[in-house]
Ligand binder design. Structure first.
Ligand code: SAM
Length: 229
């Protein structure tokens, strides 16, 4: 009980910091951050760092992204409660839970795809512990998300939480007209977060958001095609 209260206090403080830095800008994202306990998505021995604004290791050479990056990406995605969302790179499941919190308000849904089977399994466990009431709003899939997830396409919004060498074409194809894709694109050591809108006439508009550093997107439309796993 004491730990729960302490984590809540740390979470509240982090949210205040992210708001004052202009990173959290909307009520929806603020509420999601206040209600999803990040401590449930980090390994047990790192729980005391859950509210430090930093990425943390989650095994298999992967990370849970820093809270400010989760906030920036969620704000840039402009996710609405009725949206059908695809997340590529489930990792710990934290970003999926933030998105599910928002779409649960309006009957939307989050599909999240992860290439490492063990991480996907752990993400479901984390999610069930953190937010069992949101389980109906999220579907976890194991596979190569660089190809998107054709089965449930098209999507209103797509978020990629790993760094791509180029914009994967299947993701553009699986976006609805009027939809948005947020994806870090660049080389293996530094990237720019791109916000890509598919306009009603099918044309594409690209905005550069912030510089960032993500683990690589592997798979057919990721770094694997350059011989790097
Ligand atoms: N969104 C995650 C979270 O909230 O914890 C953090 C994602 S982590 C920075 C990137 C994830 O992308 C890793 O778990 C990695 O295994 C996964 N990944 C890399 N390439 C992938 C691919 N082609 N398809 C699906 N997942 C992929």
């Amino acid at each position: 009980m004491w730990r729960t209260l302490q984590f809540y206090e740390e979470r509240r403080r982090l949210v205040e910091d992210l708001k004052s830095e202009g990173v959290i800008r909307s009520k929806l994202v603020e509420e999601a951050f206040l209600n999803i306990p990040r401590e449930c998505f980090v390994p047990e021995h790192l729980r005391c760092y859950a509210y430090v604004d930093s990425p943390l290791p989650i095994g298999f050479g992967q990370t849970i992204s820093a809270p400010h990056m989760v906030a920036i990406m969620t704000e840039e995605l402009a996710v609405q409660p009725h949206d059908i969302v695809l997340e590529v790179g489930t990792g710990s499941g934290y970003q999926a839970a933030i998105l599910a919190y928002i779409v649960a308000k309006g009957g939307g849904h989050v599909y999240t795809i992860e290439i490492v089977r063990e991480l996907s399994k752990k993400a479901v466990e984390n999610f069930a512990k953190a937010a069992p009431e949101l389980l109906n709003y999220a579907t976890f899939v194991v596979g190569d998300g660089s190809k998107g997830l054709e089965l449930f396409a098209p999507y209103d919004k797509i978020m990629v939480t790993a760094a791509a060498p180029t914009i994967p074409e299947p993701l553009i194809n699986q976006l609805k007209p009027g939809g948005r894709l947020v994806i870090p694109v660049g080389n293996r050591w530094s990237q720019v977060l791109l916000v890509i809108d598919k306009l009603r006439d099918g044309s594409i508009r690209i905005k550069e958001s912030v510089p960032c550093i993500f683990v690589p997107l592997i798979g057919e439309y990721g770094w694997s095609r350059y011989g790097y796993e």
